[in-house]
Design a protein around this ligand. Sequence first.
Ligand code: ADE
Ligand code: ZN
Length: 353
Amino acid sequence: MPAPTTPPPIARERLPALLAAMPKAELHIHIEGSLEPEMIFALAQRNGVALPYADVEALRRAYAFTDLQSFLDIYYAGASVLLYEQDFYDMARAYLLRAAQDNVVHAEIFFDPQTHTARGVAMETVVNGLYRATQDAQAELGTSSSLILCFLRHLSEEDAFATLEQAQPFLDRIIGVGLDSSEVGNPPEKFARVFARCGELGLHRVAHAGEEGPAAYIWSALDVLKVERIDHGVQAIQDPALMRRLAEERIALTVCPLSNLKLCVFPELAQHNIRQLLDAGLAATVNSDDPAYFGGYLNQNFTELFAAVPELTSQHAWQLAHNSFAASFVPDEQRRAWQNRLDDCFERFAQPA
Ligand code: ADE
Ligand code: ZN
């Protein structure tokens, strides 16, 4: 039977179960943002690192963010407990176990090596711990995953080049590079040469753009950095010509609804613009960004978003999951196999209960 190009409609009351059950890819997850407060304290104790918070509850109380920078300050402090290969392994292992519960069959995982190398942790320690967790997840859980090295945009391009140099021996363990951290005032142009070099090395390229920053940063991420996906990208809505281009070229946006809510990009989830993006033909996807900080993993993002925006239907759910595979950096055969599993899932839900 040929795969349906549009899925059968499914009743609204079955949406929460459908959103949880459908197979999906997660394309925007910062592994350091999956460090739960309990693990931060356990690692602090294991490694003898002092934290400026009395306990888990005090740390959780600090998670009241007003914008991206207010979050990043706490996020980098949390990552300071990571010292040894086993710490990176344990962090990624916990995320991959949690993601499997949400029927994430494939994850492309961001990591921020400069946060660690600046504290004297070797690149090798970071990459080996994370990579070993991805290998074990494939063997033990059947979850596919890969690693994307992100450059911190508040640091210099020279620092990014030094980081790329340190990563050189491990490039067979990294599928691509990204650009994250403080967006406004750090435009993509700052990293033009290092991204060009990454292109020559055959690495995939993505960048955060249009999270808090202007639509102009999305244009320059595409034209200067030559990225294949835009992380966040919700500010594209300000620019009709950009919207047309993103739709025509099917450039995926890795949208993170709960992140946008917690960082005050939208005052309420009900005002999130993902439905407008989808209805304008953009290849939006749903992702968790930093789930330990923003109130939920991938299925929580889907269920809270769909509960808050009643215009979102099972058709949108299918489109979002389908887009997540379409935008994944995997061989076409693997992509089609997951998309077929998605269609089978919708067929099952369309049968009378
Ligand atoms: N690093 C971790 N999460 C981020 C986000 N949402 N934006 C930019 N940098 C980040
Ligand atoms: Zn992000």
